[in-house]
Write a protein that binds this ligand. Structure first.
Ligand SMILES: Nc1nc2c(ncn2[C@@H]2O[C@H](COP(=O)(O)OP(=O)(O)OP(=O)(O)O)[C@@H](O)[C@H]2O)c(=O)[nH]1
Ligand SMILES: [Mg+2]
Length: 213
């Protein structure tokens, strides 16, 4: 019987800061205990590698966990990180993108469109030294990278303390708003999860496998 050779896939995980990207990646790669730690913003892209079964073939998948915080105001300081450049590294040659927002942070849903804009500008290319160059033709090479839109921290939706923190002018994102955003940005699916309880994490795996298959 003919067997398909194993492949190496790349999955970029992007979205605003502090919305739970790193916790989700850790939950997906079997390191859920790490979710109990204090918040530590991700600096540069972190790559977590694990195996994935597509059909009958076991392949490798790299999750590119990106920084979400805007470091604009640190420009010029030694630890300055150009977030757009880090995102560009993650996007380049991504086979699938997990685009996250937090259900408990309505602004992070609004910002989803900016991240998609950056993905779709598709003007990113790494030169031989690995630094990012902006060029105009990546879209032609990698059109339509599938996006899985994920609302994180779903268990906080009905949490009274969180609702208090949001104040009266804001409410947590509901399922329909997430689904509508998925439609607006051309995502293949909208899913919700909680890295804390583990709810929904398997469905994200399944969606990633379907997007790659
Ligand atoms: N209650 C709750 N907290 C969560 C959940 N997922 C993540 N957190 C918390 O949210 C904070 C931010 O989580 P991270 O995964 O580090 O967020 P991030 O999006 O990777 O942030 P950056 O690296 O700065 O972009 C941490 O304190 C986590 O413990 C969740 O499902 N529920
Ligand atoms: Mg992080």
């Amino acid at each position: 019987m003919e067997t398909t050779p194993a492949r190496r896939y790349k999955c970029a995980v992007v979205g605003n800061g502090a919305i739970g990207k790193t916790c989700l990646v850790k939950a997906m790669t079997g390191n859920a205990a790490a979710n109990l730690r204090e918040y530590m913003p991700t600096g540069r892209c972190e790559v977590h590698t694990t195996t994935i079964t597509i059909g009958e073939t076991q392949s490798t998948i790299e999750f590119w966990d990106t920084p979400g915080l805007e470091y604009e105001h640190f420009k010029g300081l030694p630890n300055y990180i150009d977030v757009e450049e880090e995102l560009a590294k993650a996007y380049v040659l991504a086979d699938v993108v997990i685009l996250c927002f937090s259900i408990a942070d309505p602004q992070s849903l609004r910002d989803v469109k900016d991240k998609v804009l950056l993905l779709n500008i598709d003007t990113l290319k790494l030169d031989l030294q690995g630094t990012v160059q902006w060029c105009s033709d990546l879209q032609r090479h990698r059109p339509g990278t599938p996006i899985v839109l994920v609302g994180t921290k779903m268990h906080l939706r009905d949490n009274p303390r969180m609702r208090e923190e949001l104040g009266i002018s804001q409410v947590p994102t509901n399922f329909e708003e997430g689904r509508k955003m998925a439609q607006d940005v051309g995502a293949v699916v909208y899913l919700e999860c909680s890295a804390k309880t583990g709810e929904g994490v398997t469905d994200i795996w399944d969606a990633v496998v379907r997007a790659l298959g």
